[in-house]
Design a protein around this ligand. Structure first.
Ligand code: SF4
Ligand code: MG
Length: 309
C-alpha cells in the first residue's frame, strides 16, 4: 500500500479547536529554519508537539523541553519555548532534576535510539523505575543519523550501513520489552508519519501522573532505507481498534509490543491510572505546597568569608 509519508488529519472538532488556538500555536514558532532532511520524521514530531500543546491550552511558559544529542536535538531552537540541549545520553538526568525542582511546568524530554540505548540507558532505566513525572519521547530512527547512518541498538540485523558494510551483525533491541521489564506506568508507541495519532499520544503522555514513555518510530529517509514510510503504514496495528484491548493489562501490552516485523502495535499500550510519581513518595515533601525552587533563599556569607581571612 502506498501512502504519503506524513498525514496531518484530525477530527472536525479538533481542527476547529486548533483553529481557535492558532495564536497559541504560532507562539511556539521560532525564527530558526528547519534544517532536517526532506521527509525526516522530526518535522512531523515537531508539528505534533505544537498541536498537542495548543490543544491542551499550554502556553510556552508552562512547558520546558529537554533534548539529547542527535538529529532530533536541533528542535531545541526550532520551537520557541524554554529548551535545554544537553550532553549525549544524559537528557533524562537534566529533565529529572527539572521535574523535581519545579512542579509548575510540564517537563518533556526527547532522545534518540543512539543516546538512549547506547550512551545513556542507565538514565532511562532508572527514570522508568523512579516514575519521574515527565513525558519522554524516544525518537527511534534505527540509526545514528547525525553522524551519517551508523548502526544503533535498534538497527535491523543484516542491513548494510555506514561502518557496517556487510550489514549490522546484531539483532535489534526491542525497547518496549526493556521498558516493560521495569514495571512502567505508561507506555505508548506512534509513527512519525501519523501526526494526528502522535498528537493524541503526546497529549495522553502530558496528562500522565508519572513517567510517560512514548516511542516514536521515526522515518530517516536519508540513512534508514530498511524501514521506509510505506513499510510502517503497511504494518501498524492501532490497539484502540482491537476489540477488547485493555490498556490497563500490562502483560497483554508487553506481549503485543514484541512484534517489530509483521504487525507493529501502536497507540496507548499501557497506562496505570493509579500511578504515583517519585516526588509524591518523598516523606520530606509531604504537606509542602511549594516547589523546591520556590524555597531557595539567599544567604549572605560575607561574615563567614571574613572569618577565613
Ligand atoms: Fe532526519 Fe535522518 Fe536527515 Fe537526521 S539524517 S535529519 S534523522 S532524515
Ligand atoms: Mg537515531
Amino acid at each position: 500500500m502506498s501512502q504519503c509519508s506524513q498525514k496531518y488529519s484530525g477530527s472536525g472538532d479538533e481542527l476547529v479547536q486548533l483553529g481557535n488556538q492558532k495564536k497559541l500555536m504560532l507562539s511556539y514558532e521560532s525564527n530558526e529554519k528547519l534544517t532536517w532532511c526532506s521527509g525526516c520524521g522530526d518535522i512531523g514530531i515537531r508539528s505534533a508537539l505544537i498541536r498537542a500543546f495548543a490543544l491542551e491550552g499550554l502556553t510556552k511558559q508552562q512547558v520546558a523541553l529537554f533534548y539529547d544529542i542527535g538529529c532530533h536535538g536541533s528542535e531545541a531552537d526550532k520551537i520557541g519555548a524554554y529548551t535545554f540541549h544537553g550532553l549525549h545520553g544524559r537528557v533524562i538526568a537534566a529533565a529529572a532534576g527539572a521535574t523535581l525542582a519545579n512542579r509548575n511546568v510540564k517537563i518533556i524530554a526527547e532522545g534518540g535510539d543512539g543516546g538512549m540505548l547506547s550512551e545513556g540507558p542507565g538514565h532511562l532505566i532508572h527514570a522508568v523505575r523512579s516514575n519521574y513525572k515527565m513525558l519522554f519521547i524516544l525518537h527511534n530512527n534505527e540509526n545514528y543519523g547525525l553522524t551519517t547512518g551508523q548502526p544503533s541498538a535498534t538497527s535491523r540485523q543484516g542491513y548494510k550501513m555506514n561502518s557496517a558494510p556487510d550489514g549490522s551483525p546484531l539483532a535489534p533491541l526491542n525497547v518496549a520489552e526493556l521498558v516493560f521489564s521495569l514495571k512502567p506506568t505508561f507506555v505508548a508507541r506512534a509513527f512519525s508519519g501519523d501526526v494526528k495519532h502522535m498528537t493524541d499520544m503526546i497529549r495522553a503522555g502530558l496528562n500522565h501522573n508519572g513517567f510517560a514513555f512514548l516511542e516514536i518510530m521515526q522515518m530517516c529517509p536519508t540513512y534508514n532505507k530498511a524501514t521506509p514510510s510505506d513499510w510502517y503504514w503497511d504494518r501498524m496495528q492501532y490497539v484502540n481498534q482491537l476489540e477488547g484491548y485493555d490498556p490497563s493489562d500490562m502483560e497483554a501490552a508487553r506481549k503485543i509490543s514484541m512484534d517489530l516485523d509483521e504487525k507493529i502495535a501502536v497507540g496507548l499500550l499501557y497506562r496505570d491510572e493509579a500511578s504515583v510519581p517519585f516526588y509524591d513518595r518523598l516523606k520530606s515533601r509531604e504537606g509542602m505546597t511549594t516547589s523546591p525552587f520556590e524555597e531557595v533563599t539567599h544567604h549572605d556569607i560575607t561574615p563567614f568569608l571574613e572569618e577565613l581571612r
